[in-house]
Design a binder for this molecule. Structure first.
Ligand code: GLC
Length: 428
């Protein structure tokens, strides 16, 4: 068989594997507590049976290749409990009663028993764009865009009080990168045991409860404020995409507004977070905006942005290829190998994001590499990612020295490999 045929066979096998995975992890039913139907893919039946915000956006992107009708349902369920102020909760516990006994996480801030009070990385516009492009197009956009816009207005109005174009998270799990070592100093944890994190959670969350979890008062407490580079890169990208979607439905003023907001966010990332000496971007912590100088994949994330100045992109790619930083045998570590905190794979007590490889991060970085002329490196990362999945199944994360899969089994967003392979097939 020639290369093109081999590639076609690989994509077909991956489609079949992902279809099976998404059948196993599908959650459908009626929730009496809000009197609404739901239909979504959960991250993993073993560990995460509910609907998570950024997971769900990734799942919708994957579903857009398999079943556009289900992809729409995924997003409809995600938006079903949007709050009047625009917030879309980071977890919705649709079928909570069914899992009450085996699922309890003390470190989730609830708005009601059925959904959380937090955000996650805002890739909603990218998910809507993928579903519209492979599905019903404009009619779907017209239904969904008002809610998407309200969500981005909430981010802008509530999460950027200093109005610098960068949104802030108020607790670590809002970044989606729960135990990333970049927060160790700021949180006052050593990074090697769960009780430390539980205590740190209480130091942040208890005072929040005392101020009624009102964002204005939470900011004023200055307990945990993070202008996160990954979250803001995704924010910039999604404001731009939302601008393009609004243009598609003929809203020229809305489009111009969001394109301008995207530009501000990108400019603020470069002006405030880029460190030319280190060749890395740093999150900014607290009202004083202190840089969090631990090199994690967050520091490379602005590579995603097409308009990132080329000299900066080149320096980020140097780090990605450097075997002593991010060029590990299996790509891409979520923490640089140079950091003492680097852990390549499974960690006891399930501490996440400390150096293993996660498919959603590879998905973003590969797209950034293509945008900056490095399709060759993107293909290598994609091939290695596909190999890890073929060997170990759809796992939550993979060891960056051995490729071995760890964490939750049957983990749904690892199916993003299908999107990468389908994009490649479309280019060939
Ligand atoms: C973990 C991850 C978070 C993800 C959730 C569900 O908490 O850190 O990013 O959304 O699991 O998969």
């Amino acid at each position: 068989m020639n290369d093109l045929n081999l590639e076609a066979v690989r994509v077909e096998r991956m489609r079949a594997a992902v279809s099976n995975l998404y059948a196993r992890n599908r959650q459908r039913g009626h929730a009496d507590w809000c009197d609404q139907d739901y239909d979504f893919v959960c991250p993993s039946m073993t560990t995460y049976p509910f609907q998570w915000f950024w997971d769900s956006c990734f799942h919708a992107i994957v579903l857009s290749h398999l079943d556009p009708v289900r992809a729409e349902s995924e997003l409809r369920s995600l938006l079903a409990n949007q709050q009047p102020n625009g917030l879309v909760p980071h977890v919705t516990f649709w079928q909570r009663e069914a899992f009450e006994e085996r699922w309890a996480d003390p470190s989730i801030a609830y708005r009601t028993p059925y959904f959380s009070d937090c955000m996650q990385p805002p890739l909603l516009a990218e998910a809507v764009a993928a579903v519209a492009a492979r599905g019903r197009g404009e009619p779907f956009l017209r239904v969904v865009l008002p809610a998407v816009r309200r969500y981005f207005d909430w981010l802008h109005d509530v999460r950027d009080p200093d109005d610098d174009g960068l949104v802030a998270v108020l607790q670590a799990d809002e970044t989606g990168l729960d135990e990333s070592p970049k927060f160790d100093d700021y949180l006052g944890v050593s990074g090697d045991n769960r009780p430390d994190y539980d205590a740190a959670w209480r130091r942040v969350a208890d005072p929040y409860v005392e101020v009624g979890r009102d964002p204005v008062r939470m900011f004023a407490l200055d307990r945990f404020i993070d202008e996160d580079v990954m979250v803001n890169t995704i924010y910039a990208e999604n404001q731009r995409v939302l601008g393009e979607l609004l243009a598609q439905v003929g809203d020229a003023a809305g489009a111009a507004d969001f394109i301008a907001r995207a530009l501000r966010t990108r400019q603020a990332l470069v002006a405030k977070c880029w460190d030319p000496d280190a060749g890395l971007f740093w999150d900014l912590a607290g009202l004083a905006e202190r840089p969090l100088r631990t090199s994690t994949m967050t520091s490379l994330f602005p590579l995603l942005l097409p308009e990132l100045p080329e000299p900066i992109a080149v320096r980020l790619i140097v780090q990605l290829e450097d075997p002593s930083a991010y060029g590990t045998p299996w790509p891409v570590p979520t923490c640089s190998r140079r950091e003492p905190a680097f852990r390549p794979g499974a960690i006891g007590e399930h501490l996440l994001w400390r150096g293993a490889s996660w498919v959603n991060i590879n998905w973003y970085l590969c797209r950034g590499l293509r945008r900056h002329g490095r399709a060759d490196l993107a293909r290598r990362i994609e091939d290695s990612t596909a190999t890890m999945i073929q060997r170990w199944g759809f796992r939550e994360y993979y060891d960056t020295l051995t490729g071995e899969g760890h964490g939750a089994p049957d983990f749904s967003w690892s199916a993003l490999i299908l999107d990468l392979l389908e994009r490649r097939a479309a280019e060939a």
